[in-house]
Design a protein around this ligand. Structure first.
Ligand code: NAP
Length: 196
């Protein structure tokens, strides 16, 4: 089975978006800087991106991420990683006719553990990529995450969506790699999952 890995860009003060997230501004006020390393990569960022390419076999995300990016101006006819299967954890399954890429999206209403199981089965030996703050925290809290990649961006956003405010307890990490580019310090950790 492949690993479950969250990769997320975070400000130095712990925010993965600024305030006022909208469909037109999915990273909130001032939050676009969090993804500068993706859109204006330097050599080290580019090397990291190249090493990640093709390795993702399924995506796991929450309903807010889906609602923000699906539709006009969103992911086109696929999901966030093209035709890769995408599992959306939600309380509200959308009407099928509103889902454009029906072969890509599966809506999971029985929790994050079930979503991880389904995503791992779909991904085979490839990585399950976890998106967004809520699902990342739930996977960490439930002992379902294998690795955490935080792209630490040199900015203080002051407010927005915090990455680590609902963990509910301690999570031990082992740092496995640090790649320090001017855009972001890419911090890779293995999650040491101990039974809670
Ligand atoms: N900085 C970065 O690198 C980065 C990367 C990716 C995304 N983002 C940003 O992160 C934000 C999205 O993350 P988020 O944490 O705010 O929201 P999210 O995880 O996308 O969605 C949260 C929603 O998912 C549903 N949900 C979550 N857990 C559930 C559960 N256990 N059971 C049933 N439903 C559940 C709930 O919606 P319902 O109750 O409505 O179903 C919940 O309100 C976006 O603004 C996006 O742009 C940032």
């Amino acid at each position: 089975m492949g690993k479950v890995i969250a990769g997320i860009s975070m400000s130095l003060d712990g925010f993965v978006t600024g305030p006022n997230v909208t469909r037109d501004q999915q990273l909130g006020d001032g939050g676009a800087v969090l993804h500068r390393w993706l859109w204006q990569p330097d050599r080290l960022d580019s090397e990291l991106l190249a090493s990640m390419r093709g390795g993702v076999g399924a995506i796991l995300m929450g309903r807010r991420s889906y609602d923000l990016a699906e539709g006009d101006g969103g992911w086109g006819d696929g999901g966030p990683a093209g035709p890769v299967p995408c599992f959306v954890v939600t309380h509200r399954v959308p009407e099928p006719e509103t889902v454009r890429a029906r072969d890509v999206f599966t809506f999971v209403t029985d929790g994050v553990r079930s979503a991880v199981e389904q995503a791992r089965a779909a991904a085979g030996d490839k990585v399950v990529g976890v998106h967004g703050a809520s699902i990342t925290q739930q996977c960490l809290a439930a002992g379902l995450m294998d690795e955490l990649q935080v792209h630490l961006v040199p900015v203080l956003l002051g407010s927005g969506t915090r990455l680590f405010d609902h963990l509910g307890g301690q999570v031990a990490l082992e740092r496995t790699e640090v790649i320090d580019s001017p855009n972001a310090t890419h911090l890779h950790y293995r999650v040491i999952n101990t039974p809670r």
